[in-house]
Design a protein around this ligand. Structure first.
Ligand code: FES
Length: 576
């Protein structure tokens, strides 16, 4: 058999020519960092794409963390070069970090393509940093491995587990109904963020970490290891070693990210009770790499999957407990019979091979497939005249009695109007009402903010009401819960039916039938549509303008339309 010639390194195009001016330029300036000559003579160059930032607290440890990756790269004979990309801190960035996911993905894509890199390690953590960098990397399609930064240690407050994010959503209730003082609040702030790492509930960051592991983009077991556990450093180190091998094997992203990998990720996300944000990010990643995926696939593949993980916001425990119980490998082992066993992962083995020995150490945290915490988890996709292109709800985080519901709409045209009026004692609202929030979609906010799980009115909280049906074109934090219908598409700002709802209209929700209907006549709907006036655009310049003019709707993944797909890694022209 003819021996397969190893593929020439991409970086050779920069460093290879011995006697040419360009080879001199590319090598000479890099030498100012003190690299010996052999670093330019055929070592695979590994780009460590770092989303470190002190303004992204969840990723603030990643600068030190990169050193462990470098250690592994060097041991395996590679040449590591770290570079920064736009980082998005969920809790600090206005108006919402999601507005900049696509910007960061562009930054990642062009940084990878423009530089002499053969393989990529993505260091990620906070919610948007994972999908953004994976999306960007997909559009170049080099060998790529993800190292998730890891969750914070369990939060503990007055003897109880306290979940980052999830506790925040209970605050309004607590401040109004209990003797909860400012001093208590201050104490709770540090208790819910007591170590480096990202949110330690099964919020969006943990969901994203599980997503990349179930897609096969991490070494097995990477998702759940806490940020401060020494094993996280080992994982980074081993990932550094492995990416060098991946370059030699030419194991590109597109070889791992097959349709089967996406289906596995959807099944896994349902089993772990992952965030609704999963839908939008996975869709965007699929569109970049060129795998066909539709909103309906999330329901078809995920909504009959049993819930196997007992983590907040749906359950009781946190990511540290999840790690001690066996982490994602234990879940993937339970799902073995329904996953595509032959989906290849970054270590070269299949997902089934990687997880076949995975033990579970605590059935209170990770259930067996036969005795799940809930029979059906996942995300339900709704259709109807109120959401012609779809909307999503996470039934495991909702109130079962509200899954079929008919109620009168109480409409808020903007988030500002909601804040102004929601606690007005004269607001006509009761527990059966349906809160409708407009103007929080991709174009409308802009950036599709995580405001869909708006607080209930104080007067109803005082009466002990814990949940109501809420509908919006926005998203919900993965740490949140409630009967919240999200991602209504098309959104109100571009004239979706949501824009036409008026207070007092009747809305009918039927999750078992996957239906969401505004119960008004077609004539009335037509008349309202004819009278509708589009809101003023948020900006006429800069990135914001580019974003609002090109962003796709939620059901397509909210990417910028011109970023969909990939351009590969070739760059034909050089700097001179
Ligand atoms: Fe960064 Fe939750 S705020 S992961």
């Amino acid at each position: 058999m003819e021996e397969k010639k190893p593929k020439s390194l991409r970086s050779k195009e920069w460093f290879g020519p011995e006697d040419e001016k360009m080879g001199f330029i590319h090598r000479s300036w890099l030498r100012n960092q003190g690299y010996p000559d052999d670093y330019f003579r055929g070592k695979p160059v590994i780009g460590i794409c770092n989303t470190w930032s002190e303004l992204t607290p969840c990723n603030a440890h990643l600068r030190d963390f990169a050193e462990f990756v470098k250690r592994g790269v060097r041991e395996a004979g590679g040449f590591p070069l770290e570079f920064p990309v736009t980082s998005m801190g969920e809790t600090l960035m206005r108006p919402t970090a999601m507005l900049f996911r696509n910007l960061s993905s562009m930054d990642t894509e062009e940084s990878i393509r423009g530089y002499p890199l053969d393989g990529i390690v993505l260091l990620t953590g906070c919610d948007k940093t994972t999908p953004a960098t994976v999306m960007g990397a997909c559009s170049v399609d080099l060998p790529t491995i993800v190292v998730p930064g890891g969750p914070m240690l369990n939060g503990w407050y007055k003897g109880e587990r306290i979940g980052s994010g999830t506790f925040v959503w209970k605050l309004k209730d607590k401040m109004k109904n209990e003797s909860f003082t400012t001093a208590d609040l201050t104490e709770a702030e540090i208790c819910s963020a007591r170590s480096q790492g990202h949110c330690m509930t099964m919020g969006t960051a943990s969901t994203m970490a599980c997503m990349v592991e179930s897609l096969g983009l991490t070494l097995p077991g990477a998702a759940a290891i806490p940020a401060v556990d020494a094993r996280k450093k080992v994982m980074a180190h081993l990932s550094g070693r492995r990416i060098v091998e991946m370059v030699k094997e030419d194991l590109k992203l597109s070889k791992v990210l097959t349709r089967k990998a996406f289906e596995n990720a959807i099944i896994c996300n349902a089993a772990v009770g992952g965030s609704t944000n999963f839908v939008i990010h996975l869709q965007a990643i699929a569109n970049r790499i060129g795998v066909e995926l539709e909103l309906k696939d999330f329901d078809r593949l995920g909504s009959n999957i049993p819930l196997l993980v007992n983590l907040m916001p749906s359950g009781k425990f946190l990511m540290e407990d999840f790690f001690y119980a066996g982490g994602l490998p234990a879940v993937l082992k339970e799902l073995e019979e329904i996953l595509h066993k032959d989906a290849i992962t970054v270590n070269g083995a299949t997902i089934a091979e990687n997880n076949q020995q995975a033990p579970c150490y605590n059935r209170e945290v990770i259930a067996s497939f036969d005795q799940p915490f809930q029979e059906k988890a996942g995300i339900a996709v709704l259709y109807g005249n109120l959401c012609e292109d779809g909307a999503v709800i996470k039934p495991s985080a909702a109130t079962p009695e509200l899954m079929t519901h008919r109620g009168k709409a109480v409409v808020f045209e903007t988030i500002e109007e909601y804040h102004e009026r929601i606690d007005d004692p004269d607001l006509e609202i009761d527990a059966s009402s349906v809160i409708v929030l407009k103007g929080v979609g991709p174009v409308g906010y802009p950036g599709m903010a995580e405001v869909g799980n708006v607080d209930l009115p104080a007067k109803l909280l005082k009466k002990g009401i814990k949940d109501m049906v809420r509908i919006s074109d926005g998203r919900m934090s993965g740490t949140a819960f409630g009967t919240v219908i999200l991602h209504v598409s098309p959104e109100s700002a571009i004239g979706g039916t949501l824009a036409l709802v008026k207070s007092g209209d009747t809305i009918e929700l039927d999750v078992p039938k996957r239906s969401l209907q505004l119960l008004i006549s077609d004539e009335e709907l037509k008349a309202r549509r004819a009278a509708w006036v589009a809101p003023e655009p948020h900006s006429e310049r800069g990135y914001l303008n580019l974003y609002i003019n090109t962003v796709q709707q939620a059901h397509l993944g909210a990417d910028l339309d011109f970023l969909v797909g990939k351009s590969g890694s070739e760059v034909k022209r050089d700097v001179h």
